[in-house]
Write a new protein. Structure first.
Length: 184
């Protein structure tokens, strides 16, 4: 797939790996919708992407834990770009290692909602726009923790194993559409 001018959503794009993904995609002239929670960081990455060569970049404040924000963000992107070609599900919460009974309940909930439920919800919202093309791509960041169980990472690893399973089933479900699904 030629990436120039492709319309792409990157979740968790305002920091870390997501920011680097955005900058790499910008360098080949894509149209980027950068989703994240921090408006100031989004604005900074948006400017960096334009400077790096993105044909268009928009930062959209979206908490992936909020289903209404998710559907609103996808609607905003498809309206602004006239569709969607690629969804990169990168947003995630990682927390320090430790036994399950020492993970605060709020952190457990936020990790599951961000890493797994929110990923599924944004994928669900984006699939109609992706299917409207001859080809579309969904790329889910599975992480090493979605392949190898790591001591002290019960909640994070559970979410990433879930993302891996979701990715495999979605790949089978989309087999006869133009949407390709993969996990990294």
């Amino acid at each position: 797939m030629e990436l120039k001018n492709k319309r792409i959503i990157v979740t968790g794009g305002s920091d870390g790996i997501g920011r680097h993904i955005c900058l790499k995609l910008a360098a080949v002239g894509t149209r980027l919708a950068i989703l994240g929670r921090d408006a100031d960081r989004l604005a900074a990455v948006e400017a960096e992407c334009v400077a790096a060569g993105a044909s268009e970049a928009i930062g959209i404040a979206c908490d992936i834990q909020n289903p209404d924000a998710i559907s609103g963000a996808v609607e905003q992107v498809t309206a602004a770009f006239g569709g969607l070609d690629i969804l990169i599900n990168n947003a995630g919460i990682w927390h320090k290692t430790g036994p399950l009974d020492e993970i605060p309940p709020q952190l457990l909930q936020a990790t599951v909602q961000t890493n797994l439920t929110g990923l599924m919800q944004i994928t669900q919202a984006a699939i109609p726009a992706l299917r409207a093309n001859e080809e579309g791509i969904i790329l889910n960041v599975v992480s090493k923790s979605g392949v190898v169980a790591q001591a002290g990472q019960s909640v994070y690893t559970a979410t990433k194993y879930g993302v891996r399973g979701f990715t495999e089933v979605l790949k089978a479900d989309e087999e006869n559409t133009g949407v390709r699904v993969g996990g990294v």
